[in-house]
Design a protein around this ligand. Structure first.
Ligand SMILES: Nc1ncnc2c1ncn2[C@@H]1O[C@H](COP(=O)(O)OP(=O)(O)OP(=O)(O)O)[C@@H](O)[C@H]1O
Ligand SMILES: CCCCCCCCCCCCC/C=C/[C@@H](O)[C@H](CO)NC(=O)CCCCC
Ligand SMILES: [Ca+2]
Length: 566
């Protein structure tokens, strides 16, 4: 727990008619119940309550970090007069024409189960108005001194994401909290796909805002980062089509109010997909840096990715599920089962640049959590390297490119864990949000039974990488070329390596009537299908910032004291 530091205020105030010692420092608001210690009176055969000053005993003590106070509300006069004390304090005067309020309510973050946050409140009654004024203005001064809190937000709502509840969720659960916290908003309900992206690219007056919030799923978040990153590069004269360019980070934070089908980015950065929790992380001005992969084809920009780039299984699931959008989130389950049964494999070449000199491996037991030291260390290391090499710093400081040819059921690059309600530990449980790397997972051709074992391990404690047909590499950059796109010299090499068998399988591929496997899949890029299969991917360390703090480890203290967490 935070140490209180120098006290700004210390008073005896009342909470629900009970006396509390209430203190405020720059970091903490604390209220501790004064429990009257019964003392024996020699002349009276009973216990009595001692008069002031009383010894505060180890009564119930609550502490709230000032950084997690949402706002202070001044209570109406009648409210204060209802909370009169037992007579030892003056009664609340009702002076005509004068403001004599004496109660104020502090709204603050309370932690609940499974990383959820709620807005709790406590009302304090003061013995006199001057003290009341000091308390309200002192807390407000402390809140105003937190410069990281957003004051003006640009909000985009996708009314058709997930279960089509985006607008309702925002109006019912989020807008009232923003209003209470004094956050002003400019709300835009999108009219068609890519509306938010194009608005951010060209029209939005970004200087007016401290952050951009999207209400929707991963697809909507993807629109926002595409608009923001593109705009930042154009404004800063950086060519987004050049894969070797170091991209400029956007100064605006991004908030996600989850209202989608997978909500993987929200889940992996907050620990839950709960709109109220996300709204509170935005209000307190949390900051979580995040890696972004740029995807190019032949020196032409295709897309950015922050979660999953998946070829084979996840590409096919997405392609199939797009035809079933009307089903809502269940479309992924149906397409998942169908593609599992179809069991297609794909041939191609994967080249990658292993991440060198950084801390962490994809097989670590430790996970990326709030204040992650791996992300901090690698972030500093990579930004130092970038200072020394302006162009293509990777090949200078990382190792040699490595190449793997083969038949794959799935090729996945997870730039973060990709934890989501479907798989709470994610595709790569030890991947980091902001370490400048992506985990390249290669699932080679195997039996249906083995592939099922691998898939099921995403939902259990077992290690999904501990299988002979699965390999995982932590990389800074990678390329993929499907076999049918390979150069003549590569194909010749294949022929020499694999003999005649290859020639016949190629003939089959050229004749769909024979019913054998298709030659190529599509890339699933954060839930969008890419137009090209041959791609060049580069990780840009900590390119964007979210209003989040990473997943918090629950502390023993919280578990024991927070009734909401039980
Ligand atoms: N007004 C709109 N009409 C139609 N499509 C829209 C509109 N606004 C945004 N979109 C598009 O809808 C797609 C899906 O949106 P979103 O990500 O919010 O939900 P989802 O796909 O259900 O969830 P997830 O991405 O988490 O699986 C996005 O690709 C987005 O570009
Ligand atoms: C037979 C039982 C098998 C159980 C296997 C469960 C494995 C689940 C892994 C989930 C990985 C999610 C990765 C997230 C990808 C998102 O960027 C993307 C956009 O929202 N979602 C999908 O592509 C949607 C992809 C949905 C895949 C199912
Ligand atoms: Ca990463």
């Amino acid at each position: 727990m935070e140490r209180p530091g120098r006290l700004l205020l210390l008073s005896e105030l009342r909470v629900r008619n009970t006396a509390y010692d209430v203190s405020l420092s720059r970091s903490l608001l604390t209220w501790k119940r004064r429990i009257s210690s019964p003392v024996y009176h020699p002349f009276r055969p009973r216990f009595c309550v001692p008069s002031f000053p009383r010894r505060p005993d180890s009564g119930v003590c609550h502490s709230v970090s000032v950084s997690e106070i949402i706002s202070v509300r001044e209570e109406e006069e009648e409210n204060s007069s209802r909370q009169r004390d037992d007579g030892s304090w003056k009664k609340i005067k009702e002076r005509e024409g004068k403001d004599c309020r004496q109660a104020f309510t502090v709204l603050y973050v309370e932690r609940c189960r499974q990383h959820r946050w709620r807005c709790a409140e406590v009302t304090f009654t003061c013995p006199e108005e001057a003290l009341y004024q000091r308390w309200v203005s002192s807390i407000r001064e402390q809140l105003a001194s937190i410069t990281s809190r957003p004051k003006h937000l640009l909000v985009y709502i996708n009314p058709y994401g997930g279960k089509r509840q985006g607008k309702h969720i925002y109006e019912q659960k989020v807008a009232p909290l923003f209003a209470q916290a004094g956050v002003s908003t400019h709300v835009i309900v999108t009219e068609y796909a890519n509306y938010a992206r194009d608005h951010l690219r060209t029209e939005a007056e970004l200087k007016k805002f401290d952050g951009v919030v999207c209400v929707g799923g991963d697809g909507m978040f993807s629109e926002i980062i595409h608009g923001l990153i593109w705009r930042t590069q154009i404004d800063g004269s950086v060519d987004p089509n050049c894969p070797d360019q170091t991209l400029l980070p956007s100064s605006l934070h991004i908030g996600i109010i989850p209202a989608g089908s997978t909500d993987c980015i929200c889940f992996a950065t907050v620990g839950t997909n709960d709109p109220v929790t996300s709204a509170l992380h935005i209000i307190v001005g949390d900051s979580q840096p995040m890696d972004v992969c740029s995807v190019h084809h032949n020196n032409t920009f295709l897309r950015y990715s922050v979660s999953l780039l998946g070829y084979g299984f996840y590409g096919d699931v997405l392609t199939d599920s797009e035809r079933k959008r009307w089903m809502g989130p269940a479309r992924y389950d149906l397409s998942g089962v169908k593609m599992f049964l179809t069991h297609h494999y794909y041939e191609g070449t994967v080249s990658y640049l292993p991440a060198r000199g950084i801390v962490g491996t994809p097989r670590d037991a430790a996970k990326c959590r709030s204040g992650c030291v791996v992300c901090q260390h690698n972030g500093q290391l990579l930004s130092k390297r970038a200072e020394n090499y302006t162009m293509d710093e990777d090949s200078e400081s990382d190792g040699e490119w490595r190449t793997i040819r083969g038949k794959f059921l799935a090729i996945n690059a997870a730039s973060m864990s990709c934890a989501c309600p479907r798989s709470p530990k994610g595709l790569s449980p030890a991947a980091h949000l902001a370490d400048g790397t992506t985990d390249l997972i290669l699932v080679r051709k195997c039996s249906r039974f083995d592939f099922l074992r691998h898939l099921l391990r995403h939902t259990s404690k077992d290690d999904q990488f501990d299988l002979t047909f699965v390999e995982v590499h932590r990389v800074r950059r990678f390329r993929f070329t499907p076999r049918y796109c390979q150069s003549d010299s590569d194909l010749e090499l294949d022929l020499r390596e694999n003999g005649k068998r290859q020639i016949f399988s190629q003939i089959c591929r050229d004749h769909p009537a024979c019913g054998c496997a298709p030659a190529y899949s599509s890339w699933n890029c954060d839930g969008e299908i890419l137009t090209h299969t041959a791609i060049d991917v580069r990780v840009h360390c900590q390119l964007i910032k979210l209003f989040a703090r990473g997943i918090e480890e629950p502390t023993v203290f919280e578990d024991l004291t927070n009734p909401c967490a039980i």
